[in-house]
Write a protein that binds this ligand. Structure first.
Ligand code: NAP
Length: 503
């Protein structure tokens, strides 16, 4: 590995998904142009570049799933496919000149704050980058969660995680096992059902599924969407609906609405699945939202097709070419798809060293936190965006980038105007914000919903994923840079931004 310093920039943005793009655009629009983007991928698009399994598509309406700085009228259907989404994000990156500012195939391995130089030193596989400000936009569904299945390494056929789909593999004529029944599986199973000779689906926990109501736009609708007022109206309406569901289900603000959403999922199941025994096997016993609910029109029909079999058990073992369920049922297969999810947020905070040399992961001891999901005590000039920040997720996978990007731009502008070299959030502010977030989210389905484990929970059972409110609330909370929550460093002096002397 080369250890030369590649370059110094004012700002280093790590991540090239939708939120990385949005953050870069926000900085640009605020006149902050001395930045570099690093990404381990070889293209823009993040999750929509990485996940290419057959059937991959957004499961919330695409009219709302786009950046406000670059609305598009090009969607061909209510829910855009992975290819359409990747193309859209790459187009935005092109339009804003981001390719020239990006070093691809460059992964952050570790980063440390160099106190006497007031800068971050970032070690990558391509050398060291330094920057005054480090922004992590590394996503929350980046690091595959692969269950321990005995014998997996000796399997003679193909075995892979859903996010590492082999290029060109179609499943045509194969005997395919799909492990897991989360949102990825709900898209993979119908796609495999169409082409594979058989599909066996391992379901450890049933999950609630809402109808997607997917359809292609008519020519007339596509023409109407070219009118900016129509585009905004449709987008705002979808956003309102999604926000209402998010706040009722995940934040636990409105039990009546949450019950109505669950009733809709139950109705969907009952209308699509006739066989009472199958219904029983796939009906969840937890509250909707305890695990992120599925959204699909074609999963239940696929499950009832002749070539598909549901195994309502975990996959625990592989013997040669056979995959074995918890009760010992064996299935001979050619391919095993591990649709087994992700480690939320990944290990990024364990790669970042605080001012005192301890990693954020070690310091926070399994209870990840950041002030307003953005700044971390002990880490001057570090900003987290979206899922890189604990509690940075809202209903809209692309919303946080624009909101937090705007907050960061305001912070950097405030620093410039006040001659401040570095800011660091006060620990008291961070802890108090997180305490409040934990209390709010304790009412939501992820904790109170009765499903036991889910990927939102930290080692202590707190929700590390969700913003504790609606996206509108996130926008309000981050609409100004609240400098009184920070210590500012100017020259050799550090002062609390409200004038107090810091601890
Ligand atoms: P996931 O929701 O975490 O689901 C993982 C599944 O694997 C669960 O059903 C889990 O069961 C199961 N599992 C793990 N080990 C198993 C084993 N040994 N045997 C049987 N089952 C096993 O992961 P995902 O489906 O990849 O979805 C992750 C997130 O990606 C979603 O929540 C969503 O936010 C996002 N996503 C979005 C879209 C979209 O269209 N926008 C599409 C796909 C994914 P348990 O429930 O028992 O743990």
């Amino acid at each position: 590995m080369a250890l030369t310093i590649v370059e110094h920039t004012r700002v280093l943005i790590v991540g090239s998904g939708g939120n990385g793009i949005a953050t870069a655009v926000c900085l640009q629009q605020a006149g902050i142009t001395d930045f570099r983007i690093l990404t381990k991928h070889d293209e823009f698009g993040g999750t929509w570049y990485q996940n290419t399994y057959p059937g991959c598509a957004v499961d919330v309406p695409s009219s709302a799933y786009q950046l406000g700085c670059s609305l598009t009228d090009q969607w061909t259907a209510t829910h855009a496919s992975q290819a359409e989404l990747a193309k859209y994000l790459q187009q935005v990156a092109t339009d804003f000149g981001l390719y020239e500012r990006t070093h691809f195939r460059t992964e952050l391995l570790s980063a440390e704050w160099v106190d006497d130089r007031r800068r971050w030193s970032v070690t990558t596989n391509n050398g060291i980058y330094t920057a005054d400000v480090l922004i992590l936009v590394t996503g929350f569904l980046e690091e595959p969660s692969v269950p321990k299945i005995n014998g997996a390494t000796e399997f003679g056929g193909r075995i892979f995680h859903s996010s590492l789909w082999p290029r060109g593999y179609t499943g045509q004529g194969d005997r395919v096992a799909v492990v897991g029944t989360g949102s990825s599986s709900l898209q993979i199973v119908p796609a495999m059902q169409k082409v594979a000779s058989s599909v066996v689906v391992f379901q450890r926990t049933p999950q609630w599924i809402l109808p997607k109501e997917y359809r292609q736009f008519t020519e007339e609708e596509r023409r109407q969407l070219q009118e900016p007022e129509v585009l905004h109206k449709v987008r705002d309406e979808v956003r309102r609906n999604m926000e209402q569901m998010w706040s009722a289900v995940f934040v636990g603000d409105d039990p009546e609405v949450a019950a109505a959403v669950e009733a809709e999922a139950r109705k969907h199941l009952e209308s699509q699945v006739i066989d009472p025994e199958l219904r029983r096997l796939i009906t969840p016993t937890h509250r909707l939202g305890c695990k992120r609910q599925g959204i699909s029109d074609d999963y239940y029909p696929a499950l009832q097709a002749e070539n598909v079999q549901l195994v309502p058990e975990a996959a625990v073992k592989i013997n040669g070419s056979t995959i074995v369920s918890a009760s010992g049922r064996s299935f001979e297969v050619d391919t095993i798809v591990l649709a087994t999810g992700f480690n939320f947020g990944g290990s990024i905070l364990s790669r970042i060293k605080r001012r005192d040399g301890v990693t954020v992961g070690d310091y926070q001891q399994g209870h990840p936190r950041a002030y307003k999901a953005v700044t971390v005590c002990g880490c001057p000039n570090l900003f987290l965006v979206g899922g890189a920040g604990p509690n940075g997720q809202s209903w809209n996978g692309l919303g946080a980038g624009e909101i937090v990007g705007g907050y960061i731009a305001k912070a950097l502008t405030w620093m410039r105007e006040n001659g401040i070299e570095a800011i660091e959030v006060l620990e008291a502010a961070e802890l108090s914000w997180k305490r409040n977030a934990d209390a709010i989210l304790a009412r939501g389905a992820s904790i109170a919903g009765g499903c036991g484990a889910n990927y939102s929970l930290d080692e202590h059972g707190y929700n590390k994923a969700a913003w504790p409110g609606t996206e509108s609330n996130m926008r309000r909370e981050l609409s100004v840079f609240d400098h009184t929550a920070y210590i500012a460093i100017r020259g050799v002096n550090s002062v609390a931004c409200d004038g107090r002397t810091p601890n």
